[in-house]
Design a binder for this molecule. Structure first.
Ligand code: MF3
Ligand code: CO
Ligand code: CO
Length: 256
């Protein structure tokens, strides 16, 4: 496993790309309402990235993915394809996953949105999934091992009687979209890669209300829960610093 260590100049480029990706999620929030199609959301994100940010939507054409962002509604875990036929309704939960390329460097982030009035159990899943991300991030720093991060995420999900998806994981990121290391959202403390200053990666836990098993739909992209129950995911891109972590994709609605 070859894990890159980024120079200060490279980190500055990731800072810029990360800020742009976060800005797309800040921009799209007001449009995530009952009656909008996921294709309309995709178009708004695409145009903002291309026309306003003068950046590139990394998902568009990535391994044949047909749209600029992923929109994953309710039982869809990840990689949902925006469609004019998918109209959001009150009570839905949706993950929008945005990756931009700016000056050759990547920023990758996602968040959950509540559509209209959402059931308490669904909102709770969304909140616990976000807490899982934050608990993972809190541990990031030199000397931490990836198993420590996976463990704290798994613990928090399972303490709430949820499960963690094992078939998909976080990843190294930089001037390519996905690279080593794999960042698992489950694991054992004291195992796995030891983090060092200058490493850059995502943490992006997918938390299921029911069982952890996944099912790939016939479009070869959409990943759903096998049991049909809800799933929630949050993602940030970050770097290991001398004394902790820098989140490149932090939004203004976040406190850290
Ligand atoms: N943004 C996703 C991730 O977090 C990857 C999406 S790949 C796509 O790694 F092709 F589906 F867009
Ligand atoms: Co990612
Ligand atoms: Co992503």
């Amino acid at each position: 496993m070859k894990v890159n260590i980024r120079t200060p100049e490279q980190l500055e480029k990731m800072r810029v790309a990360g800020r742009l990706a976060a800005e797309v999620l800040e921009m799209i929030g007001e449009y995530v309402v009952p009656g909008v199609s996921t294709e309309q959301l995709d178009t708004l994100c695409h145009n903002h990235i291309v026309d306003v940010q003068k950046a590139i939507p990394a998902c568009l054409g990535y391994r044949g993915f047909p749209k600029s962002v992923c929109t994953s509604v309710n039982q869809v875990i990840c990689h949902g394809i925006p469609s004019p036929k998918k109209i959001l309704k009150s009570g839905d939960i949706i993950n929008i996953d945005v990756t931009v390329i700016k000056d050759g460097w990547y920023g990758d982030t996602s968040k959950m949105f509540l559509v209209g009035k959402v059931a308490g159990h669904a909102e709770r899943l969304v909140n616990v999934a976000q807490e899982c991300l934050y608990k993972g991030i809190e541990l990031v720093g030199p000397g931490t091992r990836l198993g420590d991060i996976g463990h704290v995420i798994q613990q928090h999900a399972e303490a709430n009687y949820y499960s963690v998806v094992r078939d998909y994981c976080g990843h190294g990121i930089g001037d390519v979209f996905h690279e080593d290391p794999q960042v698992l959202h489950y694991g054992k403390p004291g195992t796995g890669l030891e983090l060092r200053e200058g490493m850059t990666f995502t943490i992006e836990p997918m938390v299921n209300a029911g069982r952890s098993e996944t099912k790939l739909k016939s479009d070869d992209w959409t990943v759903e829960t096998r049991d049909g129950r809800l799933s929630a995911q949050w993602e940030h891109t970050m770097a290991v610093t001398a004394n902790g972590v820098e989140i490149f994709t932090r939004r203004s609605d976040e406190r850290f």
